[in-house]
Design a protein around this ligand. Structure first.
Ligand code: TNX
Length: 548
């Protein structure tokens, strides 16, 4: 039922029409300088050379080979050797200006050279090289070429170290294969964090040893009684490892203390034979499945030892399976009518301590900034801002309070980053509570500006000043994909493209870059629709993008 991409010319017909002008790179690199009269052409003899003296360059090299071999039909061996004319060279240097993720890329008639201080930087240089090559490099079948790159010198480093996408596999179950595709599609735009929302009211999605109820019962359904499902721990580890080869860090989230109907139902038993009734502090007694999209009714009891026994198993096991530094414990949408402010704060403090015992940095939706994160000895923590309105007024206070308590902030304002919002009136997919959001809403956070670092200024109310949320506080940006209306991988792709690249650019490119404008962005993105078609990636043919 979802429209596929726009009707465009076939790759071969498109060759003649391909623009010869400036590179169409998204996110726009820090600096791109044309090298006149030079053209690199990959041919059957081209090799991917890991320059002598380099460290582990094989992961980015294999990523490049995996894109180029099917479309060029060339062998493109990955070799340790001295570069020859026509080769693509990956080299690790000790350039301190490139940081963990920056790179330099030179394309001349002699070859392409990508340099970085760390393997992640080489991987991002490879993603840029993909976009410099003709679009049909994305084809899965052999194409005629020619495989040319106009002479260019690119210097590039990201603005933020955290550039995320979130997928909700709880509202609708999604299998690992769908998530792996999203990893590939997002990594192509230099997204480096995958936040996986694995527990919510409608489902609990990863097997926990010793707690078979959580998946036998808690994973049965999806929203609207749609089919459920869960991942084994081996499947989760496989996805984590897959993400790592795309330099992407996975953050698991089991939302608590609210959004926990699936956990509560797993231990409810029935009225005659209740199993662990003391974990249920929701406003539903006896508990009954609520498989609609209703929010803000379920809660785990902060006082119950059984609550903490269950959560300790979950946090301990998921932390052990997750190499990344963060564990996200949710914390959103618990009305005071379900848990009083004091009980909520007690829960948050205790949950943050539990996460810290697993050597993870506690992360949660910005409501958790009500917790005592400023108490002596409190571990570092992160608040994810998602409020959809009035950032200069009280709408920004959850993030200001986080900053005041020394927390870091990830920016996900719903009306500018929520990929589950409809893109046009009448869309069969998506919700509308934060708006109907096209590319421009994602690119412009306030007025015509898209600067996370000035989105939430300081605010004084009743004589009390709460601080601004500045780049010193902000780890980065994230676009969530909640899945209430999204049943398939094609649905997810339709919502993510073309809007996810807008968030990716806000996270990567310098705010002062002259091409950091909506007009430049949509023009650079215009050729990417053909790339998505060649990859088999679904997308919304937004009328704001001049597709070609
Ligand atoms: C709000 S954003 C939620 C989610 C929903 C989403 C739908 C947030 C922290 N909570 O539970 O899925 O809206 O857009």
């Amino acid at each position: 039922v979802v429209p596929t991409g726009p009707v465009v010319a076939t790759p071969v017909a498109q060759a003649a029409a391909a623009p010869a002008g400036a590179p169409q790179i998204v996110p726009v690199p820090v600096s791109t300088v044309a090298v006149p009269d030079e053209t690199f052409t990959a041919g059957p003899e081209t090799r991917i050379v890991l320059a002598p003296g380099s460290g582990d360059t094989s992961t980015p090299a294999q990523a490049l080979a995996a894109v180029l071999r099917p479309s060029t039909g060339y062998p493109l061996p990955v070799v340790h050797d001295t570069p020859r004319t026509g080769d693509i060279t990956l080299r690790l240097t000790d350039a301190t200006d490139l940081g963990d993720e920056g790179y330099r890329l030179d394309a001349t008639s002699d070859g392409v050279r990508i340099e970085a201080a760390r393997p992640a930087g080489l991987f991002y240089g490879v993603q840029t090289l993909r976009q410099l090559l003709p679009p049909w490099v994305e084809s899965r079948t052999v194409q005629p070429g020619p495989w040319t790159v106009a002479g260019v010198r690119i210097n590039d480093v990201p603005r933020y170290g955290y550039r995320g996408v979130m997928l909700d596999i709880a509202r609708h179950f999604h299998p690992p294969a769908v998530v792996k595709r999203l990893i590939d599609q997002a990594a192509a735009y230099k997204v480096n964090t995958l936040h996986l929302h694995v527990g919510d009211d409608q489902g609990f999605r990863i097997a926990i040893d010793g707690r078979p109820e959580l998946t036998e019962i808690g994973a049965q359904f999806s929203i609207n009684n749609d089919p459920g499902g869960f991942w084994t721990q081996a499947e989760y580890v496989d996805v984590v490892n897959y993400a790592a080869t795309r330099f992407m860090t996975v953050i698991p989230e089991v939302d608590t203390p609210g959004h926990t109907n699936a956990i509560i139902m797993s231990y409810a038993g029935d009225e005659a034979d209740p199993v662990l009734p003391d974990v249920n502090c929701s406003n539903r007694t006896p508990p009954v499945w609520n498989l609609t999209g209703a929010v803000g009714y379920s809660a785990l009891c902060p006082e119950s030892p059984n609550t903490w026994a269950i959560l300790t198993d979950i946090v301990t096991q998921l932390s052990a399976l997750t190499p990344g530094p963060y564990y996200h414990f949710g914390g959103d949408e618990v009305p005071a009518s379900v848990l009083s402010h004091d009980r909520f704060v007690d829960f948050v403090d205790r949950k943050a301590d539990l996460v810290a015992t697993q050597d993870k940095i506690a992360m949660g939706w910005a409501e958790i900034s009500q917790g005592n994160f400023d108490r002596p000895g409190a571990a570092p923590s992160v608040a994810q801002f998602w409020n959809n309105g009035n950032p200069t007024g009280a709408g920004g206070d959850s993030a200001r309070r986080a900053v005041q308590k020394g927390m870091k902030v990830v920016m996900s304002p719903a009306n500018h980053t929520y990929l589950d919002m409809k893109q046009f009136p009448g869309s069969p997919l998506g919700l509308t509570w934060a708006g109907t959001l096209d590319v421009s809403h994602f690119y412009h956070w306030s007025g015509t500006s898209s600067d996370p670092g000035s989105y939430i200024p300081a605010r004084t109310a009743n004589g009390v000043t709460l601080p601004a949320v500045t780049d010193a506080d902000i780890l980065g940006v994230e676009s969530p994909i909640w899945s209430e209306t999204l049943l398939t991988g094609a649905d997810i792709e339709f919502q993510a493209f073309p809007r996810l690249p807008a968030t990716a650019e806000i996270g990567w490119s310098p705010k002062t870059h002259p091409d950091r404008t909506l007009d430049s962005f949509v023009n650079r993105l215009a050729g990417h629709g053909l790339r998505w078609q060649l990859q088999g990636t679904n997308f919304h043919p937004s009328p704001q993008v001049p597709w070609r």
